[in-house]
Design a protein around this ligand. Structure first.
Ligand code: MSP
Length: 503
């Protein structure tokens, strides 16, 4: 099966922070998970480079917008490398292939009669790149707290109001379209409260895709940006990647930009007779000590700093583990240290380290000889793994990353208890056959744990699987069963600590 997953494309007005890293890591975890299940995955990320916000940021730096965006988009590309993202493509909205897609969509909307010229008079927030109605403002500001300005200019409009019923009908027929459900209800209520036509061009600045019919206008940055999901697949061409991967299986976005993805984007696509994405998943927001992360508060956490301090896979793990996907969460380094030490260093890391060190010293540095079939049928800690895998799978396909990790940690916790009960160090003197069985059960559990954790911590788990001599060809979900059980008498290398304790 083919699977197409996207991150939002990031505004290049600012340096990347953990909010950006969060969306990207969640997508990467899903992409890797889907590949391990045997799917052909196309994972797209990129940068959103047009609009007033970016134009102003460039101006403040004294740079022309093109050289400014060239520079900042590079920092987002390095973020992808830093986080070890497995994206297949990185799109920039200033690329020709993208602009071509935007113009094709624009012309299609125009041709179908859904775009007309009028005048916009209302509020606009440059920070949010959003139009607001008077009734939405709170104390003269956008509901997000962003400042707004009064804008009066000629503008093209998209006939969004014509899609109110069609959208509601679509939501009704596709109850899994938006996750989590509470957010789906918000979207439905918003649409029910009435949709007004959307201004889709600006004419008071230049940094955007120029409208061919009227070069004084540039296309509204959100119509421009959303199109990246199809322009990257070659749209307006509908062969090759577009034929293969559209409609997207999932757009993962933050809750702040759900409306654009769950209302505007489907309406644009309906208007252009293009299929709609299958799912939109909205995650929550990270706060820092309970406060919003922002440059002015000086509390922005950089992903680079975390990776340097805690390690790459540890950072990926923590972001996915700490909060239920969909909910908001508070970030603190203290909490990060506590969790990484208790779950990675003391639990999973120590399980591998103590077992492998023991085998080096006391069991000929190889996987013990046992009757695998017999052991699998007798030992609950082996035959119950099947249920654990099923629970993990169902959590992962429903974007419950933290719960999936719970399942894996639970395997490790149980095995640690088992070791303490069975005392292989004592069996060594009294019953080596029993000791061999115990060690084998532990190794087989480590194999499951490692494979299940690959989407979250690909590098660390590769090392772990090297240490238990699992071949490169046997590291996917198809190998999670007895037929690929760890081979008796395989030589085991000297173990190295994979998750050091953080002091
Ligand atoms: N350019 C638009 C998206 C266009 S998609 C066609 C945009 N960019 S953004 O850079 O501002 O945000 C990108 C993503 O980062 C969003 O999903 C947003 O929710 C996420 N985050 C930004 N700050 C965040 C937190 N503090 N916490 C979690 N995620 C947040 O919006």
């Amino acid at each position: 099966m083919n699977f197409y997953i996207t991150t939002p494309i990031y505004y290049v007005n600012d340096q990347p922070h953990i909010g950006h890293a969060y969306t990207s890591v969640a997508c990467d975890v899903t992409a890797r998970f889907m590949r391990l299940k045997g799917n052909e995955v196309y994972f797209l990320t990129g940068t959103d480079e047009h609009g007033q916000k970016v134009e102003k940021a460039a101006e403040n730096k004294g740079l022309n917008p093109q050289s400014f965006t060239d520079e900042v988009s590079e920092t987002f590309k390095s973020l992808s490398n830093l986080l070890n993202l497995s994206n297949n493509d990185f799109i920039r909205t200033t690329e020709e292939r993208h602009k071509k897609g935007v113009l094709a969509l624009w012309n299609k909307l125009l041709e179908k009669g859904y775009i007309y010229l009028g005048n916009y008079a209302g509020w606009y927030s440059v920070r949010d790149e959003t139009f607001y109605l008077e009734k939405d403002l709170i104390d003269g500001k956008a509901p997000t707290g962003a400042p707004v300005e009064w804008v009066e200019e000629p503008s093209y409009f998209f006939a969004l109001s014509k899609f109110q019923d069609k959208l509601l009908e679509f939501y009704e027929k596709n109850p899994g379209f938006i996750y989590p459900e509470s957010r789906f209800n918000e979207v439905i209520n918003f649409v029910k409260s009435g949709l007004t036509d959307l201004s889709v061009s600006r004419n008071s600045f230049k940094w955007g895709v120029q409208i061919p019919q009227n070069p004084d206008h540039v296309i509204y940055v959100w119509l421009d940006a959303l199109t990246n999901y199809i322009s990257a697949l070659g749209y307006p061409e509908t062969k090759d990647n577009f034929a293969k991967f559209w409609p997207a299986d999932v757009h993962i976005v933050g809750k702040d930009i759900l409306r654009f993805h769950a209302i505007y984007w489907p309406a644009f696509l309906m208007a252009a007779d293009i299929e709609l994405p299958k799912k939109i998943v909205a995650h929550g927001w990270w706060t820092i000590n309970g406060e919003k992360m922002s440059k002015s508060l000086g509390n922005v956490v950089s992903p680079k700093e975390l990776v340097e301090q805690f390690g790459l896979d540890q950072t990926r793990y923590f972001l996915m583990r700490e909060v239920t996907f969909g909910a908001d969460g508070n970030f603190s380094k203290e909490q990060m240290q506590i969790r990484l030490n208790s779950e990675l260093a003391n639990n999973i890391g120590n399980l591998a380290q103590r077992t492998l060190a023991f085998i080096q010293k006391n069991a000929d540095a190889q996987v013990p000889q046992v009757n695998i079939n017999e052991l699998y049928s007798q030992e609950e800690l082996l035959f119950s793994l099947e249920n654990k895998v099923a629970e993990y799978m169902s959590s992962m396909v429903s974007y419950k990353f933290s719960h999936a990790l719970d399942v894996v940690i639970d395997i490790s916790t149980k095995i640690n208890v088992y070791i303490n009960e069975k005392e292989p160090w004592a069996l060594r003197k009294t019953d080596t056959e029993a000791m061999n069985k115990v060690l084998y059960v532990i190794l087989e559990n480590i194999r499951y744990i490692s494979i299940l954790l690959i989407p979250f911590m690909p590098e660390a788990m590769d090392k772990m699987l090297d240490q238990i001599s699992v071949s490169l060809e046997e590291r996917s979900f198809a190998n999670l069963n007895k037929n690929f059980a760890i081979k008796s008498q395989a030589a085991l290398p000297e173990p190295k600590v994979i998750f050091p304790r953080i002091q």
